[in-house]
Design a protein around this ligand. Structure first.
Ligand SMILES: [Zn+2]
Length: 250
């Protein structure tokens, strides 16, 4: 099956409620390629390696969580950025990115999908632009048990601040670089907070509040949303996809 690129983009914009978010990168089509989409490669980030994989896969669209043109990024098209854009353009590859809308989507989002793979029941979304998720484990576990589960599911050893024996039932989480929301999670009264990265200050906050902090990897925690989205496109429009699983330890 194929679909007109513009039709797919309009559909995705509605499905992901893009207009409800204030973001620091453009959501949707970022680089125009072929007018028809017959195959998709999805990836966490629109890196050169992901672009090359998409071309190798014969895809017409590279669908990512981390696209380009971040507010903090230089606006000129030189060096590594030139190489990425040139490579994609020569192949007629479309590039579309969905950032916060794909973090917060209640079903397809990175938060919802991470909760699912970790066996957390999603009870509510809260905080800035609904970017935090809150839920419960099916039964009380020790922090060590939760750590083991995260390590198994994400195939990556997390950094954990807390007493391995402490009991965990209520958990808040936010995928990616959301260590700055730890205080909101503490205020919500949870036993543990899971995110992708850690900075120096979270160590002390965890120690002094007794709320466990788990840094499970930015890339590792954000692998699931874009795959759920590609699967959703396949289900609704019959467009096949492949996931490019870049080995990024960060
Ligand atoms: Zn991210």
């Amino acid at each position: 099956m194929t679909m007109q690129r513009n039709e797919l983009m309009t559909w995705l914009q509605q499905e992901l409620a893009v207009d409800m978010f204030k973001d620091y990168a453009p959501n949707g089509l970022q680089l125009q390629g072929k007018a028809e989409i017959g195959h998709i490669t999805c990836a966490v980030t629109a890196s050169l390696a992901a672009i090359e994989a998409a071309i190798e896969n014969g895809s017409d669209l590279l669908l990512v969580h981390h696209g380009w043109f971040w507010k903090s990024e230089p606006t000129v098209i030189t060096d590594w950025k030139f190489k990425r854009i040139q490579t994609a353009m020569q192949a007629g590859l479309n590039i579309a990115g969905y950032h916060l809308p794909l973090d917060a989507h209640p079903v397809l989002g990175n938060n919802a999908q991470l909760g699912k793979v970790l066996g957390l029941e999603l009870l509510s979304q809260f905080g800035h632009q609904n970017l935090l998720a809150e839920g419960v484990l099916p039964e009380v576990q020790s922090l060590q048990e939760l750590t083991n589960k995260i390590e198994n599911v994400l195939a990556r050893t997390p950094t954990v601040i807390g007493n391995p024996a402490q009991s965990i039932k209520r958990v808040a989480w936010c995928t990616g670089g959301a260590q700055g929301y730890f205080q909101e999670a503490i205020d919500a009264g949870v036993d543990a907070y899971i995110t992708g990265e850690i900075s120096e200050s979270q160590y002390h906050l965890a120690r002094e509040t007794g709320v466990a902090f788990v840094s499970a990897g930015h890339h590792a925690t954000e692998k699931f949303g874009v795959q759920a989205l590609a699967k959703y496109i396949e289900t609704h429009h019959g467009i096949g996809f492949q996931f490019f699983d870049e080995q990024n330890p960060a």
